[in-house]
Design a protein. Structure first.
Length: 318
């Protein structure tokens, strides 16, 4: 069985599209779990009335994506866990394609879906990483001309639509709740990779994503957590030699983003993110010592780009 975990915080306006698309799946051996992070917009009542088949996990406070999704995973009964953002609408064969891909490859601990914006342009076809620590969604903002329609290995999946093997999660652990939101999927993919698991990109598993439905795009919230956590996952996971040799890129990027966001009115958020990132490094280094490292550094270096090529929007996605 597959357990679909949808984490929600005041996302009632998106839930009908998301949950109705799951009800229409061709693959039927799955359960849907909605984790509600103390919403105040009537989300729980709406789901109870219109989707009684959905199991609900109620958190007394907002635990973020990491903590909320972990609560759902702990309640899940499936052999595989499918994490899905609440502001998504899945194609009818979405679950089927992901499940088949995982069944076909015992070494795969993760599967990445093809995520599209509502206008059909690409949101994510897997996670990319660079020496500076910058992490981004492969193909983001590109028009979809079929250039990502080939199944292949990628570093990891965007957790907004990802399938995880329970055996892998039992080995490497769940999302790091210190991250709260953003980069928690990069951290998990890194830990899985270091333990020897792989990730398959499954282009047939398509899902439409409104993007930023809960946290917004370019908000103080997004700027703070994204820029704090990009330091933490690097310090926690980068192989030692890669970490040392990449310090010029890491320092350069983390300094350069401060004026970049400051001139866009996010000065306080970016400065606070970097101060808190530095304060948290000792904690990340302690966690670093607990990570299973079964593969040579070359496995990670194969996916680590020297320079990031993060896409830029050429339009406003609806």
């Amino acid at each position: 069985m597959i357990s679909v975990v949808v984490t929600n915080y005041n996302g009632r306006k998106y839930l009908a599209d998301c949950l109705s698309s799951l009800a229409l799946q061709t693959y039927r051996d799955f359960e849907t779990i909605l984790v509600d992070n103390a919403s105040t917009d009537g989300s729980v009542e709406f789901v109870e009335e219109h989707y009684p088949e959905v199991r609900i996990v109620r958190n007394r406070e907002n635990l973020g994506f990491a903590g909320g999704t972990n609560a759902g995973i702990r309640a899940a009964r499936g052999e595989y866990v499918l994490t899905l953002n609440n502001d998504t609408r899945a194609d009818s064969r979405f679950v089927e394609h992901l499940g088949n891909a995982m069944d076909a490859d015992p070494a795969a601990g993760m599967c990445a879906a093809k995520m599209l914006f509502p206008d059909g342009s690409i949101n994510s076809t897997g996670i990319c990483i660079s020496r500076s620590g910058a992490a981004w969604d492969r193909g983001m903002y590109e028009p979809d001309h079929g250039q990502y329609d080939r199944p292949e290995e990628v570093f990891g999946p965007c957790a907004g639509a990802a399938l995880y093997r329970r055996e892998m999660l039992d080995e490497v652990g769940l999302f790091d709740e210190d991250f709260f939101c953003y980069m928690e999927d990069v951290d998990l993919a890194f830990r899985a990779r270091l333990a020897g698991w792989t990730c398959r990109y499954v282009p047939g598993a398509q899902v439409y994503h409104y993007h930023g439905g809960t946290a917004g795009v370019g908000t103080d919230f997004a700027v703070y957590y994204g820029n704090r956590n990009v330091v933490w996952y690097v310090m926690k996971n980068f192989p030692s030699r890669l970490l040392v040799t990449s310090l010029p890129w890491i320092l350069g990027r983390n300094l350069a983003v401060i004026p970049y966001y400051a001139v866009r009115g996010r000065g306080w958020a970016i400065v606070r993110s970097k101060v808190d990132a530095v304060r948290g490094i000792p904690r990340m280094l302690r966690k670093r010592s607990t990570i299973r490292r079964k593969v040579p550094d070359s496995v990670i270096k194969r996916f680590t780009q020297t320079w990031s090529n993060i896409g830029r929007p050429t339009h406003v996605a609806s």
